[in-house]
Design a protein. Structure first.
Lengths: 115, 266
C-alpha cells in the first residue's frame, strides 16, 4: 500500500518558520546579553562594556519581546502546517483530507485563543 | 535572561536523548525544570509544551525524507488528540499541582516501561516483526470500528495528558497507532511526531494567555531542543540506541518515583 505523504509545501513552511523562530529567539537572547553587559558597564565602567552598550541601545527593544515573537512563530508552525496540508488536499479535490485538516485547524485555533 | 546557558544545554541534552530514544523531550524537560531548576510545575509544563512543538518541527524534515509519516491517518488521529488537548487545557485550572505531580509520576513510569519494551523491540528489529513498509490506511482501519474507537480514545486521552503535563504523549500515540490500529512501529513513531506538534499548540496557547510562559526559560530551552533533536536524529544510526533506551528508562523510573513522592509530600 502506498502511504499518503504530507505535501512538500508543508515541510517548506515548517522549515522556514522554524528558522525564523530560531533567529528571533537567538536575537532576543543576544539583546538580553547585551543589555546585561550594559548594566555591568554602568557599575564597573570598562571600555569594552561601553562599546557593547551602544549596540544594545541600538536594538532599542525589550529583550523578551524578540524572544516572545520567536515563541509565537514557533506556536504558529503546526497551524500553518495544517493549513498548507488542507490547501494542498483541496487542490487535489481530496475533500475528506481537506475537511479533517480544517477541523484540526479549527480546534487548534480554539485552543490558542481559549482564555 | 540570566541562566539561559544551563537551560539551553538542558534542552540540547533533552532534545538529543528524546530523538535518540524516540520517547520525546517533554518527559525529561518537566522533571528537569522542576527538580533541578526549581521552576513551578505549571510554568515547567507551559515551557515544555513549546519545546514539544520545537521537537515536532525538528523531526519534520527527517521523517518527510524517510516517507514514514502517514499524513491521512495522522490528520485523522490528530483531530482526536487536539480535542483531548482542548479539554485538558480547560482542566488545567481545576486540578491541583500535587495531583499533577502524581499523575506525571505515573506517566513517567509508563514511559519508562515502554522504553524497556522498545529496547527489546530494537533488539529484535526496527519494526518489531510487523511489516515495515505496509501501512494501515484510514480506509482499512475504518473497517474495524472497535479498533478505530480504541485508537481515537487513546489519542484523546493522550491529548488530555499532553495539555495537563506538558508532554508530547508520544508513548501513548504510538500505543494508539501501533497496538490499536496495527500501524507498523516506525510509521507510528513518525506519524506521532506530526501529531504532537498540533496537540501541544492547542494547549500551549492557553498557558501563554495565562502568562505562564517565561521567554527567558522558553527561548533558550527551545533553541537547545531544536539543536539537540537535529543532532540526535543524525546520531540514531551511529550510537547504541538500545543501551541508551535502557539507561534512559532507568533514569525515567527514578524521576517517576521522585515526582510521585513530591506529589504525596504534605
Amino acid at each position: 500500500l502506498s502511504r499518503p505523504r504530507e505535501p512538500g509545501a508543508a515541510l517548506t513552511a515548517v522549515r522556514t518558520l522554524t528558522w525564523l523562530a530560531v533567529a528571533l529567539m537567538l536575537a532576543g537572547l543576544a539583546t538580553a546579553s547585551l543589555q546585561q553587559a550594559e548594566r555591568l558597564e554602568a557599575r564597573s565602567g570598562p571600555l569594552l562594556g561601553l562599546i557593547v552598550s551602544d549596540a544594545a541601545r541600538a536594538a532599542r527593544m525589550h529583550p523578551d519581546a524578540l524572544a516572545n515573537v520567536g515563541l509565537l512563530v514557533l506556536l504558529a508552525v503546526p497551524l500553518v502546517r495544517t493549513a498548507v496540508t488542507a490547501l494542498a488536499a483541496s487542490r487535489r479535490a481530496d475533500w475528506t483530507m481537506t475537511l479533517i485538516n480544517a477541523l484540526v485547524l479549527l480546534v487548534v485555533t480554539a485552543g490558542i485563543f481559549q482564555q | 535572561m540570566e541562566g539561559a546557558l544551563p537551560i539551553a544545554v538542558s534542552g540540547l541534552v533533552a532534545g538529543g536523548i528524546g530523538a535518540l530514544t524516540g520517547l520525546g523531550g517533554g518527559v525529561i524537560i518537566v522533571p528537569l525544570l522542576t527538580i533541578v531548576f526549581s521552576v513551578p510545575l505549571r510554568e515547567a509544563v507551559a515551557v515544555s509544551l513549546l519545546s514539544v512543538i520545537a521537537t515536532s518541527c525538528a523531526a519534520a524534515p527527517r521523517f518527510h525524507k524517510s516517507g514514514l509519516i502517514d499524513a491521512r491517518l495522522g490528520a485523522f488521529m490528530q483531530l482526536a488528540a487536539c480535542l483531548g488537548a482542548l479539554a485538558g487545557a480547560f482542566l488545567t485550572g481545576l486540578v491541583s499541582a500535587k495531583f499533577l505531580f502524581v499523575l506525571f509520576g505515573g506517566v513517567l513510569a509508563y514511559t519508562a516501561a515502554s522504553g524497556f519494551a522498545g529496547a527489546n523491540r530494537t533488539a529484535r528489529g526496527p519494526a518489531g516483526g510487523s511489516p515495515p513498509e505496509s501501512s494501515a490506511s484510514i480506509a482499512h482501519v475504518a473497517t474495524e470500528p472497535r479498533r478505530l474507537a480504541a485508537g481515537l480514545g487513546i489519542m484523546a486521552g493522550a491529548g488530555v495528558l499532553s495539555a495537563l503535563l506538558g508532554i508530547g504523549s508520544g508513548a501513548f500515540n504510538v500505543l494508539a497507532l501501533e497496538r490499536a490500529l496495527r500501524v507498523p512501529f516506525r510509521v507510528a513513531t513518525a506519524t506521532s511526531s506530526l501529531i504532537i506538534g498540533a496537540t501541544a499548540a492547542t494547549s500551549a496557547g492557553v498557558y501563554l494567555s495565562r502568562g505562564l510562559v517565561s521567554p527567558g526559560i522558553a527561548a533558550p530551552l527551545c533553541l537547545g531542543v531544536i539543536a539537540g533533536s537535529t543532532i540526535g536524529a543524525g546520531l540514531v544510526e551511529r550510537l547504541p540506541v538500545r543501551a541508551l533506551r535502557l539507561l534512559f528508562s532507568v533514569v525515567l523510573a527514578a524521576a517517576a518515583a521522585r515526582m510521585v513522592l513530591q506529589g504525596l509530600a504534605p
